[in-house]
Design a protein around this ligand. Structure first.
Ligand code: SF4
Length: 519
């Protein structure tokens, strides 16, 4: 008689419990992990013990809610995420939805039955990156015609069916507002075996309900919660309102439930996300009105939530109540990202930003009054249509005055369908590049000087993982600065005290002090 072998996909957190439970039935079977990336286990069952094994597995599923998916039935998925934190959040959402529908994640696209590319379209470069990844995926599809390929996110919304016209091996195109439908759409293709192309790009859908896959965030230190989708501002250069739709807020109950869940999974730092979090508004079941400041206060009170951040803030909606949170909420991180885009009132008006340089500077003053050492970062576009040398000088002047901790700076590029695309007086490419170089050089000096002021100080660092080169631990200060340090022990997920020895433009190098702050 032969040993029977069964393989199952299970949730990673259940592997050791399953092994412990099944192997406690002496001599009936052994459990081996075949592929940790796929959470694939194999049971080697002694001859004649199949029925009792079946009964034990049934009890595990029925009484303890442990899902055991017979291999062969379990499809695997891979998600390539491009772009902003909102896309990272959406990819986590999609992954949890797929897991709850019986699919299993894999880190290797060549092992996947479903490959999703979560795209961004904020500038021209991410578009090209998505197209080049699609080219690589084509080779996999040529080897295995059963793979389902989906393009999701902003580029999917913007290009819709034209993606399939250009890349006929793509099976589905799903916009950001339709991601709640992804498991159903995948089944429609995979189960029927019909190679019907699916395009889902409605912007009218409500935000899909929260989805929790227990254990999904295990081993993560930081997490995101999207509090709203879309944007109503229509800045003249931006395609977000067209690809993510108008502003829709999530219910405060949903957000608080999600925060509770992340904290229960061991997440130490939560970032609340939205295109313009400052305009968040919700009326709760009790009739209580939540603006962003009141939502922030409630999330901040979540038991054992160590750090709270938010992004992005529109200066025109940054209220005094929200600024006061920096003085009042101890776990609100000492950092705000406040995109200014230009220092010239003429350009701010052409961008339809609806604040002036003076108003922006006043906000900076108030923020520093609320928290003296708050880190302030920003976004700046150079070479917006009609930007003169004088306008650009105003931007440089503002940068010198504010002394940002760092900035993201970009050359203006046309986004299809926006008002700015049709504007006259486009700035030559060479001039844009030259302005970008000047701006970045000035900011580099400011950032370095600010970082140098931290040399010799002790900083509280939340350790998130390893440095880019992998030889050191890496984490962030409450001001969002990256700190790398060496240690023989593992500290991921812990708050440690680090003495800053050397400052660079993009990071700080330190030495861990003996006492950890807390775990
Ligand atoms: S606030 Fe302006 S730049 Fe930001 S997402 Fe909305 S339209 Fe785009």
């Amino acid at each position: 008689m032969h040993t029977t072998r069964w393989t199952f996909c299970v949730e990673p957190k259940h592997i050791s419990y399953i092994r412990y439970t099944l192997e406690s039935y002496d001599g009936i079977l052994t459990v081996t992990t075949l592929d940790p990336a796929l959470s694939l286990i194999e049971l080697k069952i002694a001859p004649g013990c199949e029925d009792i094994t079946r009964a034990v597995l049934h009890a595990l599923e029925q009484e303890e809610g442990i899902k055991l998916i017979k291999n062969g039935a379990a499809k695997t998925f891979f998600i390539k995420t491009m772009g902003c934190q909102m896309n990272e959040y959406d990819s986590d959402y999609v992954a949890q939805l797929l897991i709850n529908n019986g699919l299993v994640p894999t880190d290797a696209p060549e092992k996947a039955d479903l490959i999703l590319i979560n795209t961004c379209t904020v500038r021209a470069k991410p578009d090209q990156k998505a197209y080049s990844f699609l080219g690589r995926v084509h080779a996999l599809k040529q080897k295995n015609h059963d793979i389902v390929i989906g393009v999701i996110g902003c580029l999917a919304q913007k290009q819709g069916k034209t993606i399939i016209d250009r890349f006929p091996y793509v099976d589905m195109v799903i916009g950001p507002r339709e991601i709640g439908e992804i498991a159903r759409l995948y089944r429609k293709i995979a189960d029927t075996g019909k190679r019907k192309k699916l395009v889902a790009t409605s912007l009218d859908r409500d935000i899909p309900p929260s989805v929790f896959s227990p254990g999904y965030f295990q081993n993560r230190v930081t997490g995101f919660i999207s509090i709203m989708q879309g944007c109503n501002n229509f800045c003249t250069y931006c395609s977000v309102p067209y690809v993510r739709g108008r502003e829709v807020c999530r219910s405060s109950d949903d957000i608080l439930k999600e925060a509770e869940h992340l904290v229960s999974q061991g997440i130490k730092e939560i970032t609340l996300l939205g295109q313009n979090v400052n305009s968040y508004i919700w009326t709760g079941r009790t009739g209580k009105q939540y603006d962003f400041a009141s939502l922030l206060k409630e999330v901040s009170q979540k038991h054992e939530l160590c750090r709270l951040r938010f992004t992005t803030s529109h200066p025109k909606d940054l209220s005094d109540r929200l600024i006061a949170c920096f003085a009042d909420l101890k776990n609100l991180c000492n950092h705000i990202h406040l995109p200014v885009q230009s220092g010239s009132n003429r350009i701010l008006s052409r961008m339809r930003r609806r604040y002036t340089r003076e108003q922006y500077l006043d906000l900076i003053r108030k923020l520093r009054e609320a928290r003296e050492d708050i880190a302030i970062t920003s976004d700046i576009i150079v070479g917006f249509p009609g930007e003169t040398d004088q306008d650009f000088e105003m931007t440089l002047d503002l940068v010198r005055q504010v002394q940002f901790d760092s900035i993201f700076s970009f050359k203006y590029s046309d986004r299809k369908g926006t008002v700015a695309e049709k504007m006259d007086f486009k700035v030559e490419e060479e001039k844009k590049s030259q302005r970008l170089r000047v701006l970045q050089e000035i900011q580099k000096q400011i950032t370095l000087e600010k970082n140098k002021m931290l040399e010799g100080t002790c900083q509280e660092v939340l350790v998130e993982g390893f440095s880019k080169r992998g030889r050191q631990f890496s984490g962030r200060t409450t001001t969002g600065k990256i700190v790398n340090f060496s240690s023989d022990n593992t500290h991921i997920g812990a708050f440690v005290n680090v003495l800053i020895k050397k400052a660079f433009v993009n990071s700080l190098l330190g030495e861990k002090k003996d006492m950890d702050l807390w775990q």
